[in-house]
Structures are given as C-alpha cells and as structure tokens.
Design a protein around this ligand. Structure first.
Ligand SMILES: N[C@@H](CCC(=O)N[C@@H](CS)C(=O)NCC(=O)O)C(=O)O
Length: 242
C-alpha cells in the first residue's frame, strides 16, 4: 500500500515524489493500492518525518521515494531501476538528486508561491470540499510548502530568479537529451523517474506559463513520452499506466 497526498481533481497525485514511486511500481509491473492521506497526523503515524510517499510492504514501512526505489529493486530486480554500469549508476544518482532536490523545489515554488498558479491549485484542491475545509486545505498546503522552501533556500529567492533558474534547467535538459534516449542509459532509470515526475506536474494546465515552457522543448517532450510509455503518467489520472 502506498500512502500519498492525492486524489484531488481526478488526479492520482499532485506530489512528484509520490508520482515517482507510482512510476517505479508500474515500471516493474507491480499491482499496488494507493491510500490518500487525509491529514498530516495520519502521515506522521506511519512516518515520523511527516512526509509522503510511504510504502507499506508486507508489514515493513519504507519512507522516502529514493529509499522506496532501492527496496523495490532489491525485492523485484527486473527491470532494474538502477543502471548496471557503476559510472552510469553515479550519474543516475546525480540526476535523481537533482530532480528531487533542485528541480522539485523550483516546482514547489512555481506552483505554490506564484499567486496566479496558487489560485488555480486552490480551486482544484477545494473542489468537492465543504467550508471550512475548502478554505483551510489549500492554505495548509501553501504554508507547508512555504516552510519547506524557506528551510531549503529556494524560498528566499525572488520569483524572477526562480523562473530564470527553471528556464535554465529546461535548457540544460533539452541539450542533454538531444542525442540520448534516456538521461543515463538505454532505458528509464531512477533519475528519469525523478525528473519526469516533477516535469509532469509542472506541465499541467494549473500553471499555464510554466507548462508552455516545458512543452516548447521538443527533445524533452519526446523523452517524457518514452518514459511514460514504460511507466504511465500519474500526474494525468488514476487510470494512466502501461
Ligand atoms: N525527499 C522526499 C520528499 C518527500 C516530500 O517532501 N513530500 C511532500 C509531498 S510532495 C510532503 O510530504 N510534504 C509534507 C510536509 O512538508 O510537511 C522523497 O523523495 O520522498
């Protein structure tokens, strides 16, 4: 069972690390059940760090998307999420960390701290909820995001700087993917899932300007399609999947 934040607006999840784990489970052809956490307290009961995703596997609790991918590779070695070549393994881990720790925070900023994007998100998150939850839930999400961004550092930067850095991230990826099928190898690895899961969320029309900048990058779009063909795209719906 996968505990995540999700189930809003017909999407499986709005959380890149949760989507990354779903992509890994689908890549391995594993059946899984998703439980959408209803409160931070529910998450904390399973993971004292208070973060999702959390995977429950035969009574064992594994938190953190990277640790979950490691456990999946140990339990179900094929297809491997980690490349066999040691140099590729290092590069793949660098991509994964960049996706999880750099691109992810650019995305959190663009989604929650850019007012017009937050308004769109607020409407989706509040849909179907009654007051005061309709009002409280998006605010809680934004204050959690703000706290995280400030602790991590991206939250200290002005909007223009984060937008420029995100654009640079896209250009770097577009250049890198010109002559490669995947980020490090001939099949999607951990880094592909981490980076793709962030971009999938940002390509949603909740943030039209950010989505347009992603969709302008031809090599990047072709790569996302190659990844999705093997993992599905949990940002689009509960149903997507290979
Ligand atoms: N590095 C962690 C990040 C997990 C994470 O930050 N999850 C967010 C949802 S996208 C969360 O649970 N946030 C709750 C909070 O910050 O209190 C991973 O890859 O699993």
């Amino acid at each position: 069972m996968l505990l995540q934040y999700g189930g809003f607006g017909g999407r499986s999840t709005f959380s890149p690390p949760c989507a990354k784990v779903q992509m890994a489970l689908r890549r391995k052809g594993l059946d899984y059940e998703v439980r959408n956490a209803r409160s931070p307290g529910e998450v904390r009961r399973l993971n004292p760090r208070g973060r999702v995703p959390v995977l429950l596997l035969d009574g064992e609790t594994v938190a953190d998307s990277s640790d979950i991918l490691t456990v999946l590779d140990e339990r179900w070695p094929e297809p491997r999420l980690e490349p066999p070549d040691p140099r590729d393994r290092l590069l793949d881990r660098l991509w994964e960390d960049w996706g999880d720790e750099v691109l992810y925070f650019q995305g959190v900023y663009l989604r929650w701290l850019v007012p017009e994007h937050y308004e769109n998100l607020r409407a989706v998150l509040g849909r179907g909820l009654r007051p005061p939850l309709r009002w409280l839930l998006p605010r809680l999400g934004r204050s959690m995001a703000r706290r995280r961004l400030q602790g991590q550092g991206t939250g200290e930067k002005p909007r223009e700087v984060v937008e420029r850095e995100f654009q640079e991230s896209l250009h770097l990826l577009e250049g890198w993917l010109q002559d490669r099928p995947f980020l490090t190898d001939t099949e999607p690895r951990r880094g592909d899932l981490a980076v793709c899961a962030v971009l999938d969320q940002l390509a949603l029309d909740l943030h039209p300007g950010t989505a347009a900048r992603i969709l302008e990058q031809a090599a990047l779009c072709a790569w996302r399609e190659r990844v999705h063909a093997l993992t599905g795209n949990p940002a689009l719906s509960d149903r997507s999947g290979p």
